[in-house]
Write a protein that binds this ligand. Structure first.
Ligand SMILES: Nc1ncnc2c1ncn2[C@@H]1O[C@H](COP(=O)(O)OP(=O)(O)O)[C@@H](O)[C@H]1O
Ligand SMILES: N[C@@H](CCC(=O)OP(=O)(O)O)C(=O)O
Length: 369
């Protein structure tokens, strides 16, 4: 049966050698593999990093630029170069491609999110392979994905992919960074991400040109598996691993998908939106939301953090401050502060107008435990 596959390749796999030039053999093999998937009817998305890395090589820079404007300028140089290379290679196979550059804001805005969904569907129908990157040249810090691991997971969730492959410069996830710890143990299968937190050290930075290291890949696996997408971390230098894993071989680290229990709109609320504040709840409200599937009422709120407007996303936290859910709030931070701990029947008299009975309606609330 035809499958939907999202493949993310990191800067470290796209560039090679001392000068950081393009790893042409790897890229050509990746193009061949993705084309093969298309030929058998699969729907394929490539999320490619490398704009900054390739741009820097093109401009003869020795280090990754640090300053925002410089990074954006270098990305503008590299992105064109990268796409030209992909188009040259895919064109030899008569495979059309498309460039999709996204910012975090495109995912936050519901209309724009739905437009992106429709564009992907139209491209699939046309037999095109979309090549996605963050629009580094226009993205501002507060509204950045920051790393393409997260972006690829959100794309995999959006297109309801069957597979997400994170191609990187190590063969799989280890109990610690294998470059620093020679006793690090390889991890082949992950059933529960919660258990992983206690057993794996990920370090802060990745390779010199990569951005997120393993931390962002694990985070991506969390977003994707929650959306029912089987996620694999594997060696970018051997793109044929994609075919081998799909054929059932045990390569890389495979993260088991969770059963799809939440719908696409709730996944958008939980993962695509950026929470603007926090509501801390008492134990009764936590239980009602997480076990009873109830809406959030003002009576269960003990603390309000941050500044937000009605319809913004907020985190819901237990009495210790740990996140248990997210949702779209019906009132702004000032209004919620005024009604916290009060009965719903009192809301209109406290606020001076009659609004929603709930602070977050259960249709707009997602348990994220
Ligand atoms: N627990 C771990 N297992 C494997 N690799 C790890 C781990 N912790 C940190 N790393 C590092 O993460 C790097 C890959 O991340 P990154 O450089 O961001 O790659 P990419 O450019 O492919 O996104 C590896 O080169 C490795 O040194
Ligand atoms: N958008 C950036 C890539 C950011 C990123 O996540 O890089 P990487 O860790 O190499 O996958 C670029 O194209 O340079």
């Amino acid at each position: 049966m035809a499958q939907t596959i999202v493949v993310k390749i990191g800067t470290s796999s796209l560039t090679g050698g001392k000068e950081g030039t393009l790893a042409l053999a790897t890229i050509a093999q990746l193009v061949d593999v993705l084309w093969g998937c298309r030929q058998r009817g699969d729907r394929v998305v490539l999320v490619s990093s490398g704009a900054v890395g390739v741009g820097a090589v093109r401009l003869g820079l020795q280090e990754r630029p640090q300053q925002l404007a410089q990074k954006q300028a270098v990305a503008a140089v590299g992105q064109g170069h990268l796409m030209r290379m992909y188009d040259d290679l895919f064109s030899m196979l008569h495979q059309p491609i498309a460039q999709i550059l996204l910012t975090r804001q495109n995912f936050v805005d519901r209309q724009s999110y739905l437009n992106i969904f429709n564009t992907f569907q139209a491209l699939f129908d046309l037999g095109v392979i979309p090549i996605v990157n963050e629009n580094d040249t226009v993205a501002v810090d507060e509204l950045k994905f920051g790393d393409n691991d997260t972006l690829s997971a959100l794309v995999a969730s959006l297109v309801e992919a069957d597979w997400l492959f994170l191609l990187t410069d190590v063969d799989r996830l280890y109990s610690a960074d294998p470059r620093l710890d020679k006793t690090a143990v390889p991890i082949e299968r992950v059933q529960s991400l919660a258990a992983l937190e206690q057993t794996v050290q990920v370090g802060a930075a990745g390779s010199p040109w990569g951005t997120g290291g393993m931390a962002t890949k694990i985070r991506a696996a969390e977003i994707a598996t929650e959306a029912g997408v089987r996620t694999v971390i594997t060696d970018g230098r051997s793109p044929t691993n994609i075919l081998k894993v799909m054929a059932g071989e045990s390569l890389g680290t495979q993260f088991e998908p969770k059963p799809k229990t939440i719908n696409a709109r709730k996944r958008w609320i939980a993962r695509a939106l950026i929470p603007k504040g926090e509501l801390w709840l008492d134990a009764g409200a936590v239980k009602a939301i997480t076990e009873g599937g109830c809406s959030l009422l003002a009576a269960g709120i003990t603390k309000v953090c941050g500044e937000f407007q009605a319809q913004d996303a907020v985190k819901l936290c237990d009495p210790d401050g740990a996140e248990v859910a997210r949702g779209l709030v019906n009132y702004n931070n000032d209004e919620v502060r005024r009604v916290q701990g009060q009965q719903s029947t009192e809301l209109a008299s406290i606020l001076g107008y009659s609004g929603a009975d709930t602070i977050i309606h259960r249709d707009n609330l997602v348990v994220t435990l």
